[in-house]
Design a protein around this ligand. Structure first.
Ligand code: GDP
Ligand code: MG
Length: 184
């Protein structure tokens, strides 16, 4: 007799989500904060992890997100197409205290759209919201860009945890909603 536990049922969902954005905007720390509730004051966390599988709660259901980190490739603008392959969600991250990283988001979005085989649910993430005195990109600017490009938007801080889980959850929830509509 076939027996499928509740756990096995929920494991049917595994979403690949990629982190993109310039070097040093805080991608690895967003993942470290979300997955392990850790923060690194230097960039060590960038080296190593290829992806991390994390359970995410969506309306009481547990789905799994396989979250990919660039492992520093972005420094050389050499993020491979394998990185994007099969991705259904993305966090496009910039640093609110570094205008240059905001200006780069167009290029990253382009790359994301070029390499991925479907419409990727994307959230624009303005990280380091704790650096209030060093802000170079206003909240309104971030919001406007996100709206113009059909992205979700949130400002986060991997340092003080603000909105970190919410940013990942927003993407996972939207993917889940889209997929469950298709199945029905
Ligand atoms: P990545 O290259 O995009 O993966 O960026 P990292 O996660 O390695 O972070 C780069 C640097 O920014 C590190 O020194 C982090 O400690 C710092 N950092 C990351 N997130 C935040 C944040 O939310 N606030 C502040 N103040 N610093 C952060
Ligand atoms: Mg990194």
């Amino acid at each position: 007799m076939a027996f499928v536990s509740e756990e096995e049922k929920t494991n049917d969902y595994l979403f690949k989500i990629v982190l993109v954005g310039d070097s040093a905007v805080g991608k690895s720390n967003l993942l470290a904060r979300f997955a392990r509730d850790e923060f690194y004051s230097n960039s060590k966390s960038t080296i190593g992890v290829e992806f991390q599988t994390q359970k995410v709660d969506v309306d009481g259901k547990e789905v799994k997100a396989q979250i990919w980190d660039t492992a520093g490739q972005e420094r050389f603008r050499a993020v491979t197409s394998a990185y994007y392959r099969g991705a259904v969600g993305a966090l496009l991250v910039y640093d609110i205290s570094r205008r240059q990283s905001f200006d780069s988001t167009g290029r990253w979005l382009n790359e994301l759209q070029t390499h991925s085989d479907m419409n990727v649910v994307t959230i624009l993430v303005g990280n380091k919201s704790d650096l209030r005195d060093a802000r170079e990109v206003s909240t309104a600017e971030g919001k406007a860009l996100a709206e113009a490009q059909g992205m979700f938007f949130m400002e986060t801080s991997a340092l003080d945890s603000s909105n970190v889980a919410a940013a990942f959850q927003t993407v996972v929830k939207e993917i889940y909603n889209i997929l469950s509509k298709k199945v029905m």
